[in-house]
Design a protein around this ligand. Structure first.
Ligand code: APR
Length: 251
């Protein structure tokens, strides 16, 4: 690790030690070290060749018009039931357990933060673990969707089952948005990681942070790098592992 990177990690570690209301805001880059591709990196989902552009497939109108094709893509490219939390998820859960971190706000739908032990997780874009009948609203687990041949249908009323995932053209949950705004506006430190910050309203939430410890940890540059008080380009799982190692060496 370069000298400069070492200094950045040391500063990050210090700030975390001094904070007690940290909020983490993350995206798909938090889960790539768990084997789940992100969307906009070179090897991301939106660069894969598919019959239709992926961003078109995971939209509300496409789901309504072509549920068969939607579920082919969704099951093929968006479900990773065997994925395990990585060092990034684990560090965040540990900082919450230690009373430093208040909440994780995520754009991810993979449930890995909860699997790592995080308790307060605001899922802005929903979760593949929750599915419901579009007519009678009966709830179904992920397994039900995965085992269904083709389109999963409700075993009570026969209507199509939909993942509790915010598709393009759909709005985010008001209550979750309000809680995310409140947590960020009260945070003493905001760590933003593994997100390209190009999808709104999620990306706009970080503007509610009013402190002086805005940290950005991302493999690639983002449009908000210059607004960060601390900006680290690297793999977030590795960065957090190094921070945890520094903490373990502290007296
Ligand atoms: N560590 C740090 N950063 C990483 C890592 C990693 N291990 N892996 C990837 N990244 C970075 C990439 O450089 C990229 O900038 O994470 C970012 C992921 O950006 P996107 O692929 O755009 O994912 P995200 O920001 O979560 O997308 C937001 O777009 O399509 C919608 O609903 C979808 O929630 C998603 C939203």
């Amino acid at each position: 690790m370069g000298e400069q990177q070492e200094t950045l990690i040391a500063r990050l570690s210090e700030w975390i030690q001094e904070s007690s209301k940290i909020v983490f805001f993350g995206g798909a880059g938090v889960s790539t070290e768990s084997g789940i591709p992100d969307f906009r990196s070179q090897d991301g989902l939106y660069h894969t060749k598919y019959r239709y552009p992926p961003e078109m497939i995971i939209s509300h109108s496409f789901f309504v018009r072509n549920p068969e094709e939607f579920y082919r893509f969704y099951k093929d490219r968006m479900l990773y039931p065997d994925a395990e939390p990585n060092d990034a998820h684990k560090a965040l859960a540990a900082w919450e357990a230690e009373g430093r971190l208040r909440s994780v706000i995520t754009q991810n739908i993979d449930g890995l933060h909860q699997k790592a032990g995080s308790r307060r997780v605001l899922e802005l874009h929903g979760s593949v673990l929750r599915n419901y009948c579009t007519r009678c609203k009966k709830a179904f687990p992920l397994e039900y969707v995965m085992q269904a041949e083709g389109i999963p249908c409700c075993d009570a009323c026969g209507a199509i089952v939909k993942p509790d995932v915010v598709l393009y053209e759909e709005s985010l949950d008001d209550r979750i948005l309000r809680e995310a705004v409140r947590d960020i506006s009260e945070a003493d430190m905001l760590i933003v990681g593994g997100t390209s910050l190009v999808v709104y309203p999620a990306a706009g939430l970080i503007d509610y942070y009013r402190g002086k410890r805005l940290v950005l940890i991302n493999k690639d540059e983002t449009a908000r790098d210059s607004a960060a008080d601390l900006c680290i380009h690297g793999k977030i799982g590795e960065v957090f592992r190094q921070v945890r190692e520094q903490e373990s060496r502290r007296p």
